[in-house]
Design a protein around this ligand. Structure first.
Ligand code: 6PG
Length: 472
């Protein structure tokens, strides 16, 4: 029997869909799952009649693969990956290649790449985005590791990936854990955009009094524009339009208002804090999820302050796309991308990843959760200037900020007076206003630090380090 081109371990939804994708693209496959019953079920169901065989044991699995073996691991991030590597590696031969396609912590991937490469195996940490549908039809993939290891899987991943006008949505990201780092930041941006749209929903409902269908119509219009056309806006429209089959009312109103998370948003913020990169919009999205999950506490606290709805304010004509609200959302989305890209730039510098920011914009244009028409502008911005200090100073993005800042200010100020929380929109306004300020009040912070701790300060009018005895 001829050997399989490709091996997959872990038949969760993502794993199943990725192996079906590989097989559809001509890569005969062998699959292994910890419980063999799951493998049998898959082979009798979705995997039936395909160039896919099952293995009951790992030695059988390894024996069924052509060399060098290309093995995609789709198992839970963390210890399960280390355990699997420990079990697999005695069975591998020189040049065989392991790919971790889960959402692993990039520092774990750094360690695994070094360890496996030192034993003459290849190791790729690959972010895969697009959810179940993307995995099947074509995800965006972010592989990192050695160039040689990537070369060995390029044919496979470039066939499996989503395609946009200028190529497949996959590229060699860089060495070590860079692929997983880029995927982590992708998710941080995803958190930001999801929260921005949730805030827009809250304002449309509580300030403008729109119902789900009317809100969906506004989102549908936004999805036609260059600035907001995106997968997340598209699915938000669908979520808002969906009715509860029992009551016929907007289904979203029956969902508990406490958001979960699996860790990548937190890792984005942790990395940003560690690397000294401001990511306030993304951070606000993460905090908003955490605060929302304190639901029991919130329910007890609510009557204590009995916040009454403040004055309504004008969010613009829904038939015209609610211009100030649309402007606020556009700028907050731009800020999320700008913060994510700035974080990637700093990580690239610190770890010498040599990231290609234009290429990252390109592979995010299709397949992934944050795919958006705006990514073409991001790709263009970094193609024009690879060393752009911040996306917001690119001429096209700067023009967006100039044009839409009044709308963002209007919405944030109105929400504050109306007593409604808008963490992402508010943080975006602070971010933009601070970034474009030549003078911030941190001179006073420096004075205080020097006053109580002799931390010294610099002066604007002459070089050097100074200390003043501030207290009598
Ligand atoms: C993707 C998604 C995917 C997953 C996130 C969700 O790109 O396909 O990002 O990886 O949906 O992990 O993360 P939370 O559960 O933390 O929201």
């Amino acid at each position: 029997m001829s050997k399989a081109h490709f091996g997959l371990i872990g038949l969760g939804v993502m794993g199943e869909n990725l192996v079906l994708n590989a097989e559809r693209n001509g890569f005969s496959s062998v699959v292994y799952n910890r419980t063999f019953a799951k493998t049998q079920e898959f082979l009798a169901g979705r995997g039936a009649g395909k160039q896919i065989v099952g293995a009951e044991t790992l030695p059988e699995f390894i024996a069924a693969l052509e060399r060098p073996r290309r093995i995609l691991m789709m198992v839970k991030a963390g210890q399960p990956i280390d355990d699997l590597i420990a079990t697999l590696s005695p069975l591998l031969e020189e040049g065989d290649l392991l790919i971790d396609g889960g959402n692993s912590l990039y520092t774990d991937t750094e360690r695994r790449v070094a360890e496996l490469e030192s034993r003459s195996f290849g190791y790729i940490g690959m972010g895969v985005s697009g959810g179940a549908k993307g995995a099947l039809e074509g995800p965006s993939m972010m592989p990192g590791g050695t160039r040689a290891a990537y070369d060995a899987i390029e044919g496979l991943v470039s066939t499996m990936a989503a395609k946009v006008s200028d190529g497949p949505c996959v590229t060699y990201i860089g060495p070590g854990g860079s692929g997983h780092f880029v995927k982590t930041v992708h998710n941080g941006i995803e958190y930001g955009i999801e929260q921005i749209l949730a805030e827009a929903y809250d304002l449309m409902k509580r300030v403008a009094g729109l119902d789900g269908t009317a809100m969906a119509d506004v989102l549908g219009g936004w999805n036609q524009s260059e600035e907001l056309a995106s997968f997340l806006v598209e699915i938000t429209e669908v979520c808002l339009r969906t009715k509860d089959p029992e009551t016929g009312q907007d289904l979203v109103e029956f969902l508990v208002d406490a958001a979960g998370q699996k860790g990548t948003g937190l890792w984005t913020v942790e990395s940003a804090l560690n690397m000294g990169v401001p990511v306030p919009t993304i951070y606000a999205a993460l905090n908003a999820r955490v605060l929302s999950s304190l639901r029991e506490e919130r329910l007890k606290a609510a009557p204590l302050l009995a916040l009454s709805a403040g004055p309504r304010f004008d969010l613009g004509d829904p038939g015209d796309g609610m211009p100030p609200l649309r402007d606020a959302c556009i700028l907050a989305c731009i800020a999320s991308y700008a913060q994510g890209m700035a974080l990637l730039q700093e990580a690239s510098r610190l770890h010498d990843y040599q990231l290609d920011f234009a290429a990252i914009g390109q592979i995010w244009k299709g397949g992934c959760i944050i795919r958006a028409r705006l990514l073409q502008r991001i790709q263009d911005a970094y193609t024009f200037d690879a060393a752009l200090p911040n996306l917001m100073v690119d001429p096209w993005f700067l023009a967006q900020i100039r044009q839409r800042l009044p709308g963002l200010r209007h919405v944030v100020a109105g929400a504050a007076l109306a007593g409604l929380p808008v963490p992402c929109l508010g943080s975006t306004l602070d971010y933009i206003t601070s970034y474009f300020s030549g003078r911030l009040p941190q001179n006073l912070v420096q004075a205080m630090r020097d006053c109580f701790g002799s931390h010294t300060y610099e002066r604007t009018d002459c070089p050097g380090s100074f200390h003043t005895e501030w207290l009598p």
